[in-house]
Design a protein around this ligand. Structure first.
Ligand code: ADP
Ligand code: MG
Ligand code: ZN
Length: 496
């Protein structure tokens, strides 16, 4: 009965080698206060210098969010005091964010909508305050690390939509290679703004939930807040404009501070940094960094490889995983042998391998999907395996074993199959030999089949035939192609 408005402010740590305005290492987990210098500590008289790589990554993201990059973009000082910031101001962007007025298409189960991006701007992170017992410690390694802030318009309406936004954004930055997207370590964090109002009345009084470090918390806290605010209005109370925090132990939001008026940060242009004018060369380098984004790839995979929604989504989760899929399919299609697979056929086989065996294998080895490229089972080797099975040269069971040996011995599947003598027997003449041996040993079973055939007991026929196929496989140490073994066996039975 109320209308809900949700806008997100997402901060992402850019994967630059050095900080945004100095040459200090930009790294997570180093010994505290080892990556600092007079510039990021804000000593008097020092001069910041823009890290062009940070600007490039920021603009790459801005373009990927279909933002406009202005002809001139500059920095401001945002003034406030906090112990984790020795300068007493943060260099940020206020009047001329590097990316303006973009959009992202949300697409998920039961969700399909456009969310407008208000802006993307570049700024520096602050240090980290660590509270232990009675003292607070300060680690300034993070001070000056490049942050990109992405601000949406209040276009979302539920916790689910906001969660999906974060998930899509996370995939995007990982595809672009500009952020590791690790929310637990704080590389990607969100502030969520929410208000509700009677339909048609426009935005309500907004509450901001700060510092959410998982997409699940974004959903839970917003849905909690939506209900809290509705109950508040239902009871005839007014909603206080405030900043709240998500308490993950109590599954509720709690007041952090109430701000009656907007903070006055006294923004003014940073006098030590020149205005940045993206020239043609810079814009070309931004273009060069653009990639096919996850959602585009998802749609292409459905159209080109006839993958289902679920398959395409799972395969596109990581760029490296999707790249590996495409390379494998390509290599399968380039293989020559008795059979020819079409693209969709090859894609189904590769997808089945990737989403079951290979995924299990990665998790067993404790390897993230993104590291699939470093597997000893290269795309070319997987393609060989898939093709040998499709050709009937290798049984499924032996294929799985071959996979293990490829990993352990770093060899091609074809060499392992040769060494182990696993190549499947498809020659009917050879299989016939095995059938005759089984006949000699299992005459009584064959008589039973004959009897079952005479009185048309289909169930019994099936059971006995399956038993005999098993015997033929055993006779060939599992190498006979089961389908052909079945055919040869049936012919032999007919001859009885
Ligand atoms: P502030 O000046 O308090 O930071 P902004 O106008 O900059 O607020 O907006 C910050 C974020 O809050 C944006 O993502 C915006 O979409 C969202 N937002 C602003 N007003 C509202 C509102 N009334 N309800 C929900 N979200 C809002
Ligand atoms: Mg704001
Ligand atoms: Zn520094």
């Amino acid at each position: 009965m109320y209308q809900t408005f949700i806008g997100l402010e997402v901060h992402i740590h850019l994967l630059t080698k050095t900080k945004v305005f100095c040459d200090c290492r930009s790294a997570f987990g180093d010994e505290p206060n080892t990556n600092i210098c007079p510039v990021c500590m804000g000593y008097p008289g020092v001069l910041p210098a823009l890290n062009i790589e940070a600007m490039r990554m920021g603009c790459t993201m801005a373009r990927s969010l279909q933002c406009r990059i202005p002809e001139r973009t500059w920095f401001e000082r945002k003034q406030y005091f906090y112990p984790d910031m020795t300068k007493n101001y943060q260099i940020s962007q206020f009047a001329s964010p590097l990316g303006q007025e973009g959009r992202i298409e949300l697409e998920g189960k039961n969700i399909k909508k456009t969310v407008r991006i208000r802006e993307c701007h570049l700024e520096e992170d602050a240090g980290k305050m660590i509270h232990t017992g009675t003292v607070s410690l300060l680690d300034y390694n993070r001070a000056g690390v490049a942050l990109l802030e992405i601000v949406t318009e209040p276009d979302m309406e539920s916790g689910e939509e906001a969660e999906l936004f974060i998930q899509q954004l996370r995939r995007m930055v990982r595809y672009l290679g500009i952020c590791d997207g690790n929310m637990e370590e704080g590389s990607l964090r969100a502030d969520a703004n929410i208000s509700i109002n009677l339909p048609g009345k426009g935005l309500g009084k907004k509450v901001e939930i700060k510092n959410l470090n998982s997409s699940r918390f974004v959903r839970l806290s917003l849905n909690y807040e939506q209900e809290r605010q509705a109950a508040c209005l239902d009871a005839g109370k007014i909603i206080v404009q405030e900043t709240r925090l998500w308490n993950e132990n109590r599954d509720q939001t709690e007041t952090m501070r109430t701000k009656e008026n907007a903070n006055d940060y006294r923004y003014f242009p940073e006098p030590d940094l020149p205005v940045f004018t993206p020239d043609r060369e810079f814009l070309k380098s931004v273009d060069a960094a653009l990639v096919e984004l996850p959602r585009e790839r998802f749609h292409r995979f459905q159209a080109e490889y006839k993958l289902s929604d679920e398959q395409a989504d799972l395969i596109c989760e990581e760029k490296a995983f999707a790249d590996y899929f495409e390379s494998t399919v390509e290599a399968v299609l380039a293989s020559s042998g008795k059979i020819t697979l079409d693209k969709a056929g090859a894609a189904q086989k590769v997808s089945n391998w990737l989403l079951s065996d290979i995924k299990h294998l990665l998790s067993r080895e404790n390897m993230p999907l993104a590291d699939i490229g470093s597997l000893k089972l290269t795309a070319r080797r997987l393609a060989q395996l898939v093709f040998l099975v499709a050709e009937g040269q290798l049984s499924n069971k032996n294929a799985k074993q071959t996979l293990e040996f490829v990993l352990a011995e770093d060899k091609d599947p074809s060499s392992i199959i040769k060494e182990k003598g696993w190549s499947q027997i498809s020659d009917p003449v050879v299989i016939k030999d095995a059938v005759e041996k089984v006949y000699a040993a299992e005459e009584s079973t064959f008589s039973e089949v004959r009897a079952a055939l005479a009185n048309g007991n289909q169930k019994r026929i099936a059971t006995l035939t399956a038993f005999l196929v098993g015997k033929v496989l055993a006779e060939t140490r599992g190498r006979a192609n089961p389908e052909i073994a079945g055919k040869v066996l049936n012919e032999r039975i007919k001859e009885l």
